[in-house]
Design a protein around this ligand. Structure first.
Ligand code: HEC
Length: 180
């Protein structure tokens, strides 16, 4: 007889944990999507208007500001950023806990939709960013030497680690930090 209430309690706890996880994941997905759409739409517009070098100039000057703007819109309890193990902009270098998840994903045969990292007072939601469009390769693939892109990258990102990718490669992650 005693076992039944314990079982019910366990089921309730599990259900509650599931609901909590679902809500965190929904918030993480929404924030990631907002950031990636904002950056993607701007990139597309710039590529169309002026080609890769215009788009590079735009990303160089505006990617971090646009990221901050999306971050601010999300309020105090949610923040969003992009991280990678191979940064172009050193400000986007993954922190140790984020780098550990990226390294785990690199080894996995299929990428998970997301990974949650528990942190003090909340959680970090990480979602993979892959080289998912041929246009990404213009600036992250094999860059032709002496092309405008090559020269721009050398001048603006002398420490660039973000080239040499192929289609579908893991490029990094969006990290959404959600606190209570
Ligand atoms: C026109 C060139 C260009 C194209 C096309 C481009 N990127 Fe980038 N990407 C950049 C630049 C420049 C930065 C660094 C921005 C900065 O200084 O904050 C960057 C940064 C990033 C970052 C942040 C990490 C880092 O290395 O600093 C990610 C992630 C990323 N790009 C993914 C992509 C993906 C995915 C695509 C295709 C959808 C793409 N990029 C297409 C130029 C480009």
């Amino acid at each position: 007889m005693r076992k039944i209430p314990a079982l019910i309690a366990l089921t309730l706890t599990t259900l509650l944990a599931q609901t909590q996880e679902e809500s965190l994941v929904a918030q993480g997905q929404a924030a990631s999507m907002q950031l990636m759409q904002t950056l993607g739409q701007n990139l597309q517009a710039q590529m169309k208007a002026g080609g890769p070098v215009a788009a590079l100039t735009f990303c160089n000057e505006k990617a971090s500001t646009l990221t901050q703007e999306v971050d601010e819109k999300l309020g105090d309890k949610i923040s969003v950023k992009r991280v990678t193990i191979q940064p172009r902009n050193a400000a986007n270098a993954a922190l140790p806990d984020e780098a550990a998840v990226l390294a785990q994903w690199e080894k996995a045969s299929t990428l998970p939709a997301y990974t949650l990292i528990p942190i003090e007072g909340g959680v970090k939601y990480m979602q993979p960013i892959t080289i998912n469009k041929p246009v990404c390769l213009k600036c992250h693939g094999t860059i032709e030497s002496a092309s405008g892109v090559d020269t721009f990258l050398k001048n603006h990102y002398p420490q660039d680690k973000a080239t040499g990718y192929t289609m579908d490669a893991l490029r990094g992650a969006t990290v959404v930090t959600i606190t209570h």
